[in-house]
Design a protein around this ligand. Structure first.
Ligand SMILES: Nc1nc2c(ncn2[C@@H]2O[C@H](COP(=O)(O)OP(=O)(O)OP(=O)(O)O)[C@@H](O)[C@H]2O)c(=O)[nH]1
Ligand SMILES: *[C@@H]1O[C@H](CO)[C@@H](O)[C@H](O)[C@H]1NC(C)=O
Ligand SMILES: *[C@@H]1O[C@H](CO)[C@@H](O)[C@H](O)[C@H]1NC(C)=O
Ligand SMILES: *[C@@H]1O[C@H](CO)[C@@H](O)[C@H](O)[C@H]1NC(C)=O
Ligand SMILES: *[C@@H]1O[C@H](CO)[C@@H](O)[C@H](O)[C@H]1NC(C)=O
Ligand SMILES: *[C@@H]1O[C@H](CO)[C@@H](O)[C@H](O)[C@H]1NC(C)=O
Ligand SMILES: [Mg+2]
Length: 442
């Protein structure tokens, strides 16, 4: 045994010398490797660096999609800047979201990105891997996946008080509060880590942070760390919101093709809408997609009718159902449309009420089959609603809803005229919020 250890150490030293600048990495690995074989396997991957992240638990699906874009742009630039390493973004599994309320769909946890998005499309922008793939690659033969460093991002409360914002990246002592979800045993931390019990770390740092995602660069320390996780990633801002690069990252977020097909069938069956008739044919490969403004859309008006928490949280812009109906009637008559597609998180009775005010029109919503519900769950059904809205001749959203923003982006990408897209319901016909138009840049 002793002999084995000595040989092990010699091999390690050898490997470290051979690799020169990798010395530190190898030392770190050695602490946890039980034999030299593991170290050599790890060395084989020695240029691979993994970036992981998580987001404040209460945040919704659609804000999380926006945070992905912030990271994607950051990593795109990182790859151009630092060619020495193979940077990879590990996609955090979806689960336990506040709005995912259906309990008859099986567990809404550990859902991989492939359920919702087309991974090949994402990979045409930056190297991403699913969590299970990371676990396979990273753990070698050990049972535990030990992250080299976990940063917990925190807002600087002072800045929010004074209103004087400047870039900040300051490692500080963690308060008990920021560690509330972490448990430590002999300096090894576990935490919810997307629900995985076998992910741990011995290195947790709290980071008072203000700045864009790229400002996190200084924390990567690739000579020391092979894997770095950023918790509360929503605190980092966009590097260039609305730029060409932003839109490239956004365009790479094509949905799972089955979700497109379900939406396509629904459009054809219930809305007399086909890509050929509507002039919405798109290349399969998003990198081949081009700037256009001639999409026509299916012969229906689509509305994103956000209810639930918005009725209370956004009182000043959410109309009564009756008033919403009157706004819709006016618009449909003006456009000569007789079919209304409703995407909503509201209750069935709210939908029925809306319908009752619009007897002269065909008013529809998407009702998932058991198969669709079980396979794609609340997140996938929401995306199907979004896709159907994104192909409508005219769209009306809900003021300040990120769900609506994602539809608007998709319509910009498909190539509609902005005036058919950037519309929201008003509080009343007279009192209307003004909204920004974040138009696409190619
Ligand atoms: N199927 C479906 N689900 C919806 C619809 N509107 C909202 N939801 C659900 O409610 C969630 C809305 O939460 P978010 O994704 O955070 O978006 P938001 O609440 O509109 O916007 P913010 O809270 O301001 O970030 C969605 O993720 C869906 O799960 C809808 O029209 N159809
Ligand atoms: C090292 O990596 C290469 C390429 O990824 C692979 O083919 C090879 O089997 C790996 N070797 C070991 C010892 O894991
Ligand atoms: C960690 O746990 C998950 C499920 O909890 C499992 O799928 C995975 O294989 C485990 N990984 C390792 C390296 O044991
Ligand atoms: C962090 O904590 C250590 C030990 O508890 C202490 O010595 C150090 O001064 C603290 N640093 C800051 C910035 O508060
Ligand atoms: C933090 O928690 C530890 C252990 O639970 C406790 O001893 C300590 O007093 C707490 N510190 C603060 C500032 O609450
Ligand atoms: C469906 O759309 C096509 C082409 O836009 C049109 O010619 C046809 O009359 C429509 N069918 C119905 C039933 O509205
Ligand atoms: Mg929300």
């Amino acid at each position: 045994m002793l002999m084995f250890k000595v040989v092990h150490i010699i091999i390690l030293i050898f490997v470290c010398i051979v690799n020169g600048n990798e010395l530190e990495v190898c030392e770190v690995f050695d602490k946890y490797a039980e034999n030299s074989k593991k170290c050599s396997i790890r060395n084989n991957f020695t240029q691979k660096r993994y970036i992981l992240y998580d987001i404040n638990p209460p945040e919704g699906f659609n804000l999380r999609r926006d945070v992905y874009v912030r990271l994607a742009v950051f990593i795109k630039k990182l790859i151009e800047r630092d060619k020495e390493y193979e940077w990879q973004l590990v996609l955090p599994p979806w689960g336990n979201l506040y709005h995912w309320r259906h309990h008859n769909t099986g567990l809404q946890e550990y859902l991989f990105w492939g359920n919702f998005f087309d991974i090949t499309s994402l990979q045409k922008y930056i190297p991403v891997i699913e969590m299970y793939k990371f676990m396979e690659e990273y753990s070698s033969e050990t049972k535990e996946i030990q992250l080299d460093c976990v940063y917990i991002l925190q807002n600087d409360k002072e800045m929010f008080k004074t209103g004087k914002f400047e870039d900040k990246n300051e490692v500080m002592n963690c308060t008990n509060d920021s560690l509330q979800f972490f448990k430590s045993k002999q300096h090894i931390y576990t935490s919810p880590f997307w629900g995985y019990r076998n992910i741990t770390t011995w290195n947790v740092k709290c980071l008072k942070f203000h700045g864009t995602a790229s400002y996190l660069y200084q924390n990567l320390k690739p000579i020391q760390y092979r894997s770095v996780m950023f918790d509360h990633m929503e605190i980092a801002l966009h590097d260039e919101y609305g730029s060409k690069e932003y839109w490239k990252a956004r365009r790479s977020m094509r949905y799972n093709s089955e979700l497109y097909n379900i939406a396509k069938n629904y459009r054809k069956t219930f809305l007399n809408s086909t890509d050929k008739n509507d002039n919405t044919v798109r290349p399969l490969d998003w990198t081949k997609e081009e700037n256009r403004r001639n999409a026509r859309g299916g012969p229906y008006l689509a509305i994103h009718f956000r209810r639930r928490d918005f009725i209370i949280g956004h009182k000043e812009s959410i109309p009564t159902i009756k008033n919403a109906a009157s706004q819709l009637r006016e618009k449909m008559d003006k456009l000569g449309l007789t079919v209304l597609f409703v995407a909503t998180d509201g209750e069935q009775h709210e939908f029925e009420e809306l319908k009752s005010y619009l007897p002269q029109y065909k008013v529809l919503k998407f009702i998932p089959s058991d198969y669709v519900m079980n396979k794609f769950k609340d997140g996938g059904v929401a995306i199907i609603d979004q896709i159907i809205c994104s192909y409508a001749r005219y769209f009306i959203g809900t003021h300040e809803s990120t769900f609506t923003y994602r539809i608007q982006e998709d319509r910009e990408i498909i190539g509609f005229l902005p005036e058919t897209t950037f519309n929201t319901l008003c509080k009343t016909n007279k009192k209307c919020p003004t909204t920004g138009q974040w138009q696409i840049v190619w």
